[in-house]
Design a binder for this molecule. Structure first.
Ligand SMILES: NC(=O)C1=CN([C@@H]2O[C@H](COP(=O)(O)OP(=O)(O)OC[C@H]3O[C@@H](n4cnc5c(N)ncnc54)[C@H](OP(=O)(O)O)[C@@H]3O)[C@@H](O)[C@H]2O)[C@@H](O)CC1
Ligand SMILES: Nc1ncnc2c1ncn2[C@@H]1O[C@H](COP(=O)(O)OP(=O)(O)O)[C@@H](O)[C@H]1O
Ligand SMILES: [K+]
Length: 449
């Protein structure tokens, strides 16, 4: 049971390929079931465990876990609605010598293990089965999902049948997109990986603590990163982004626009056509509070022509031509509405949408939300989940844009800069607790650094 940070994300198909390449499916199931049993024993204390087993190999994992728990002397019962249908699951079922209770009449237990369906779920659950799943979970103190909460798809975060909210999901062999993507992810609870030694390769990974560029003895303010924030109609938003850039670690932040007042560390200058010609500028952030009028259009055109690395957010995303050729490293930070507006609506998974957008616009995309997907034009993807829901407040996106500018100006390549900023933003939100405002989040960036 290991934390998932930095681990590859695999789809059902790539998981099956990894399984085939391994060759010994029976050994994999034995390992998976043993891993589930170990985790359950660690968390259950002396409490009885009830394992719900489905017809496929997810159910097979459940039977193996039940046998392992029994052998270890742990009180365990099994319930199922249908007989196993795969050879592996049948073999695992045959080794379970206790009774198999019908799902509809199964007595609850304090610890519930959901081994109904995993990566093979192909349609909604039978309504009566789903009802009993919910009944047993409601009566349990702890619900542990094997591989995935039964009812969610594997690859795109969709929910076919609403499962109970599990406390823990044990991802078998690899993390899957639905462990991270909403709405499915909310049913998984904490996600931990059971390593099956498959070492699958993937261009998609779970976000991990980044390697920040910390200052050293030779550092000066410009080498640490100079960020220019292009202001506009609503100076509050660009100021928030400016202060975020400072607190995320930029050595020098230039706010180009109206507005006065603290912090004194912020260098304020009015906007001018030549404002972005300073060769020391390592990143330009444009969009927070920019407005969408002709002035905004002119400023965006100047930023795009400047050749400086760019972070394009908020209003600027509404003025941008996604298909125009790029003259500089560029990071876009759209939320779902902005992705729809820029690239058109789509029912594809958030990972695929971010990847397609990045390739089409030749940029790094930070597709924001409760699950944030960062994609590069070369197909690399990293996904950040478990962000505080309290981030759903005005101005938190401006903070992310400023932090992204600081990371880009520090010299990190765009994909790494975007990843570092998203991680920093998420951790800052964690430190803020509940009911914080964007200004608090800015302060917390320093504490995370
Ligand atoms: N990959 C690996 O490395 C490892 C994988 N392992 C485990 O294997 C799991 C995948 O197993 P799996 O492919 O047998 O699929 P699983 O999710 O058990 O169910 C599919 C079965 O249910 C059926 N069915 C589908 N939907 C249904 C519905 N709504 N209502 C009713 N029936 C429905 C479907 O039949 P269908 O009718 O669609 O043909 C099929 O019979 C994976 O999650 C992990 O736990 C580990 O053991 C070891 C390493
Ligand atoms: N429910 C949520 N849980 C976690 N993070 C969220 C949630 N809703 C929004 N966020 C994050 O909060 C920020 C909101 O940005 P955005 O929508 O641009 O707001 P604004 O433009 O008002 O600053 C993004 O970083 C997004 O990922
Ligand atoms: K399951």
């Amino acid at each position: 049971m290991i934390p998932i940070d930095g681990h590859p994300i695999l789809t059902a198909a790539t998981m099956r390929a990894a399984e085939q390449a391994h060759g010994n499916l029976s050994a994999l199931m034995a390992q998976a079931g043993a891993g589930v049993a170990t985790a359950a024993r660690r968390l259950a204390g002396a409490s009885e465990v009830l394992v719900l087993c489905g017809p496929g190999n997810n159910g097979g994992d459940g039977y193996v876990a039940a046998v392992e728990l029994h052998v270890a002397g742990h009180p365990v019962r099994v319930a199922a609605a249908t007989e196993p249908r795969t050879d592996l699951a049948r073999a695992a079922r045959a080794r379970w010598t206790g009774p198999v209770e019908p799902l509809a009449t199964a007595r609850p237990a304090p610890i519930l293990i959901d081994a109904l369906f995993g990566t093979g779920l192909s349609r909604p659950l039978d309504a009566v089965h789903a009802m009993h799943f919910h009944r047993l979970a409601a009566a349990a103190r702890l619900t542990i999902a094997v591989d995935l909460p039964s009812g969610v798809t594997t690859d795109d975060g969709r929910v076919l049948t609403e499962p109970p909210r599990c406390h823990l999901t044990l991802a078998l062999g690899a993390v899957k997109p639905s462990h991270l993507l909403q709405p499915a992810a909310r049913y998984a609870g904490h996600v931990r990986l059971i390593d099956l030694g498959l070492s699958p390769a993937s261009v998609a990974t779970v976000i991990a603590r980044p390697a920040f560029r910390d200052p050293g003895p030779d550092t000066h303010k410009y080498s640490r990163g100079m960020v220019a924030l292009v202001g506009g109609a609503m100076p509050g938003a660009s100021e928030l982004a400016s202060i975020a850039a400072l607190r995320a670690g930029a050595g020098y932040v230039l706010h180009l626009g109206d507005g006065t007042g603290p912090p004194h560390a912020l260098v304020r200058r009015p906007w001018s056509a030549g404002a972005l010609t300073d060769p020391r500028i390592g990143a330009v952030v444009i969009g927070p509070g920019l407005g969408r009028d002709d002035t905004a259009r002119d400023r965006l055109a100047t930023a795009l022509a400047s050749g400086r690395p760019l972070v394009i957010d908020g209003d600027a995303l509404h003025l941008l031509d996604a298909d125009a050729p790029r003259s500089a490293q560029t990071i876009l930070t759209p939320h779902a509405g902005e992705i729809d507006a820029l690239f058109g609506k789509s029912t594809a998974s958030k990972i695929d949408r971010a990847r397609v957008a990045a390739a089409r616009a030749d940029v790094v995309v930070i597709f924001k939300g409760p699950d944030t997907v960062i994609a590069a034009p070369d197909s690399r993807v990293t996904v950040s989940a478990d962000a505080s829901d309290w981030l759903s407040a005005a101005g938190t996106g401006d903070v992310l844009a400023g932090a992204t500018g600081a990371m880009l100006a520090s010299g990190l390549p765009p994909f790494e800069a975007a990843t570092a900023a998203v991680w920093l933003h998420r951790e800052a939100a964690r430190l803020c607790g509940r009911s914080f405002i964007a200004d608090d989040l800015v302060g917390a960036l320093s504490r995370v650094r």
